[in-house]
Design a binder for this molecule. Structure first.
Ligand code: FAD
Length: 504
């Protein structure tokens, strides 16, 4: 007998757990299949306030996460740009709409624990979670997706049927790789080598929990202070380093990159790597920067890493995963309630999702551009690709424009491209007269800081979450001309009252 539901979610990571919970909160019958048994290891530990104080609050799980004892992250520290000196961005500087006056923070989390909390919360909301079940393929009928074939915990094939399937299977992209073409990004095509250290020095005072990103000759390194006595460290390097990593082994390669990055080496002096368990492994990942042209089709939507991911530098992955999960769930709830047609509800999902992605993309792009080091293969390759090389640049433009065309949004994407050009021009102008430690370096730092502040504020999302908890709902304005707004409870899309114009 097939399993029947209103929606099936493939994958129980942050994207899937969020989508499933938001649908269950609207009274829908949701089945979530997850191939692993939680807790399971996952990379991606540094979160943003929008996740912690936005989506988690919306899902009603913020207090439990607060009790879990994760390290509080009040901002980020960078060794980036022409000066050797580190500099800092605090979330408190950000205008975090609806939360001003409160401390603004995120967490550094062990994902095995964080993801398990989100999934248990989904269960509490009534989501039927099938752990150890693996989705194999979509069931398609009459041009629509109408379910999934899965292997249950003992390997039996089972049919699950529902009017909507959400692919939240992360990089596996069970439906994503079939429904829409994945475009691998030419600019962020890197390799990450990462492991865990049993200790590691901390910055003083409120910067104790800051994530640190330090550029060095071969790329850049993340330094994430997890619990006391546990630090996540990863190097992002050129794909051409793959041969060396294979030859000397991932642990030796990571040690070599750390040694070449003095600010991180100093934090880890005398500290050993974790030797055992899931954190005892040094891992290598590649091909993680991509986006998918089609984000939804009749009966299916793609969210989180199944749809797109850019780069670890700005800790945007879990935010984009949970945010897209929320947006897609609203669209499904709206359609199941028969309130709006699919094209309208999912059009809103896709536009908002792409807009958020494009904002991070544009910012990350400019940020990589801002670190000049003409003596390094990693950094000059990025310059060639981004500014001087016409062909890869066209590829980037096509990537962005292609996304826009797929959603019938050429206007919005043209705007993104124009703003990308402007930002890069400004960066180039700033850096033209650079002098390490001099006025130009200070100016550049200031510029990057301002941008970080703007991007990390993510006000649209926090407004929704804040309104739900406090009951102080503001009249939401659409983000796009002819766009939709969230319903008062945040669970569906609705047509805005006439007169509430687009906010940008
Ligand atoms: P996932 O978390 O990958 O969850 C997908 C789930 O689907 C998994 O549990 C998997 O078991 C399940 N699944 C897969 N296939 C099937 C199937 N066939 N059937 C059933 N279930 C299935 N993000 C940050 O926010 N901060 C960071 O610091 C950060 N660092 C990163 C560093 C690196 C090197 C990389 C590559 C990424 C990083 N990210 C970071 C990104 C982050 O890891 C992801 O964006 C995030 O985990 C996406 O969540 P998701 O729910 O979409 O997918």
């Amino acid at each position: 007998m097939p399993v029947e539901a209103d929606a099936i979610v493939i994958g129980g990571g942050p994207a899937g757990a969020t989508a499933a919970t938001v649908m269950a909160m609207d009274g829908r019958r949701v089945v979530l299949i997850e191939r692993e048994r939680f807790p399971r290891y996952h990379v991606g530990e540094s979160l943003l306030p929008a996740t912690v104080q936005g989506v988690c609050r919306f899902l009603g799980v913020d207090r439990e996460i607060a009790r879990a004892g994760f390290t509080r992250k009040f901002g980020a520290t960078f060794r980036w740009g022409p000066s050797e000196e580190p500099w800092h961005v605090g979330f408190a500087e950000a205008v975090f709409g609806g939360h001003s006056g409160r401390p603004v923070f995120a967490y550094q989390v062990e994902r095995s624990k964080f993801d398990a909390i989100l999934l248990a919360n989904a269960r509490r909301h009534g989501v039927r979670v099938r752990a150890g079940w693996r989705a194999v393929e979509a069931i398609a009928e009459g041009g629509r997706v109408s379910g999934v074939i899965a292997r249950d915990a003992v390997g039996r094939a089972t049919e699950l049927r529902a009017p909507w399937v959400v692919d939240a299977s992360g990089q596996a992209g069970v439906l994503a790789t079939k429904l829409g073409r994945r475009d691998y990004d030419p600019f962020f095509r890197n390799i990450a080598v990462f492991g865990y250290f049993a200790g590691g020095r901390r910055q003083a005072g409120p910067r104790r929990g800051n994530v640190m990103s330090a550029a060095f000759r071969d790329g850049w390194i993340w330094y994430i202070p997890l619990a006391d006595g546990l630090t996540s460290v990863g190097a992002v390097v050129r794909p051409e380093e793959a041969a060396t990593i294979r030859r000397i082994g991932a642990p030796a390669a990571l040690a070599r990159y750390i040694a070449a990055c003095p600010i991180v080496a100093a934090q880890l002096a005398g500290v050993a790597r974790v030797a055992r368990g899931a954190l005892g492994e040094t891992r290598v990942m590649k091909d993680y920067s991509y986006s998918t042209r089609t984000l939804w089709t009749g009966g299916a939507a793609l969210v989180g890493d199944a749809a797109m991911f850019i780069d670890p530098l700005f800790s945007s992955g879990v935010h984009l995963a949970t945010y897209s999960g929320l947006l897609a769930a609203r669209a499904i709830n709206t359609c199941l309630a028969g309130e709006l047609d699919e094209a309208r509800a999912f059009g809103e999902f896709a536009r908002r999702y792409r807009r958020e992605f494009a904002m991070f993309y544009e910012f990350l792009f400019a940020f990589y551009e801002a670190h000049l080091d003409d003596t390094s293969a990693f950094w000059t390759a990025r310059k060639m690709l981004g500014i001087r090389g016409a062909a890869p640049r066209e590829a980037l433009v096509r990537l962005l424009a292609g996304l826009g065309q797929a959603e019938g949004e050429p206007g919005a994407m043209a705007g993104v491209l124009r703003s990308l050009e402007r930002q890069m021009d400004a960066m180039r102008a700033t850096m033209a007269g650079r002098a390490p430690g001099g006025v130009r370096a200070r100016e550049l730092r200031q510029r990057l800081r301002t941008q970080a502040r703007e991007r990390l504020s993510l006000h649209a999302l926090s407004e929704t979450a804040g309104a739900r908890r406090t009951g102080r709902a503001r009249t939401p304005r659409p983000l796009f001309t002819d766009g939709l707004v969230p319903s008062a409870d945040g669970l569906r899309w609705r047509v805005p009252r006439s007169g509430s114009g687009a906010s940008r």
